[in-house]
Design a protein around this ligand. Structure first.
Ligand code: ATP
Length: 356
């Protein structure tokens, strides 16, 4: 049976009086059994503190954490049955990969034959069984992180906690290993909490993501929900590139309705991310790939610069009303419409009107 993690009113305050920092501020979350859940946010937003409270390394100031019906808020880390993977691998240098992986089973006093059998199986899961006798110094960074993953999984934990596991690796290895981590977590069905500040990692691996800022969860949802329907300018700009335009709501409306916003680029039709009153100051988020060249488009401007990258070209368009828009054009060819003066349009579903 897989584990549901329930976090309620969780707060952590560090320091005293004027040096007090609320690293985690009254967070409530439910992470479903078997889910790969990401905590994503800029440096200092509290994601590591939250993960470490789930692991048991940091005691909450208030609030509770449950694994299914079990209240683990005050339990020692070794009683929580959570496997942890750190950025720094934290492998024993003098032990072979097999011994490193089997170590947690030795501590749990399993018989030797059983330890070896399970450690070999865990190394098979991360595709390193053939190198079981090597020591960490003889592995690449990516291989060391695979050993660390096997070591966390071999104890058959209820939850897997990953703290920026890929940030020491180069870009190529990061891509390979993130697919691998998703495959392993999904095939074992283990509930996983994964901390990162890398939005691509979150978008590509997560079932759901919580975007954090100043100790709070700003928004939680699937990668596509968050990318397509951000509710704040912070979430819109933290997850992917976006154009943010200041505007005034032409009329009032409820979340999800389509309405006009007066901006420097013209009156744009967009979808409301929250309830809005007529005349309210808003911001409009339009992803670069949502803008297309269209002779009937509302927005007119001049292509200021183009960066050609083969599969995509990035254009910077200075709008006639002032300001600039980033536009992505896929499969750009020699007859691209993005030359000189251009008109732009976007579907109302891709124009998000933000109240904040
Ligand atoms: P990063 O990506 O840089 O690791 P983070 O989002 O994981 O950042 P945390 O490490 O959780 O953020 O820190 C949140 C806030 O709490 C920061 O302001 C940090 O300085 C503060 N903080 C964290 N640990 C401690 C501590 N032991 N003592 C005092 N303040 C702390």
């Amino acid at each position: 049976m897989s584990t549901r993690i329930k976090i309620a009113g969780l707060t952590k305050t560090f320091g005293r009086s004027e040096n007090r920092v609320k690293a985690v501020d009254d967070i409530a979350l439910v992470i479903e059994p078997g889910e790969i859940f990401f905590l994503l946010g800029p440096s200092g937003c509290g994601k590591t503190t939250l993960l470490r409270m789930i692991a048991g390394f940091i005691e909450p100031t208030s609030g509770t954490i449950h694994f299914n019906d079990r209240d683990i808020t005050k339990l020692n880390p070794n009683k929580r049955n959570a496997g942890m993977v750190f950025q720094s691998y934290a492998l024993w240098p003098h032990m072979t990969a097999l011994e490193n992986v089997a170590f947690g089973l030795k501590v749990r006093k399993l018989p030797k034959a059983e330890r070896t059998k399970r450690a070999v199986a865990a190394l098979e899961d991360v595709q390193l069984a053939h190198l079981a006798d090597r020591k960490p110094g003889e592995f690449s960074g990516g291989q060391q992180q695979r050993v660390a993953l096997a070591r966390a999984l071999v104890i058959r934990p209820e939850v897997l906690l990953l703290d920026e596991p890929l940030s020491n690796l180069d870009a190529r290895l990061r891509n390979d290993l993130r697919d691998e981590i998703r495959r392993i977590c999904k095939s074992s069905g283990i509930t996983t909490v994964y901390v990162t500040h890398d939005q691509k990692e979150a978008l590509s691996v997560a079932d759901r993501i919580a975007v954090m800022r100043d100790g709070k969860v700003v928004q939680a949802g699937s990668p596509m929900e968050l990318y397509r329907h951000p509710t704040t300018a912070f979430a819109a700009s933290f997850l992917g590139e976006t154009n943010l335009l200041a505007g005034i709501a032409v009329s009032g409306g409820a979340t999800g309705s389509i309405m006009g916003v007066t901006t420097a680029a013209g009156i744009l039709q967009g979808t409301l991310a929250g309830d809005i009153a007529e005349g309210q100051a808003v911001r409009v988020s339009i992803r670069p790939e949502a803008l297309r060249a269209d002779s009937t488009g509302i927005i007119s401007g001049k292509v200021e610069s183009t960066t050609y990258l083969g599969d995509v070209a990035h254009h910077l368009v200075a709008t006639d009303g002032g300001g600039a828009l980033h536009v992505s054009e896929f499969a750009p060819g020699p007859r691209s419409a993005f030359q000189g003066q251009v008109r732009l349009a976007a579907k109302p579903a891709d124009v998000v009107i933000l109240a904040d």
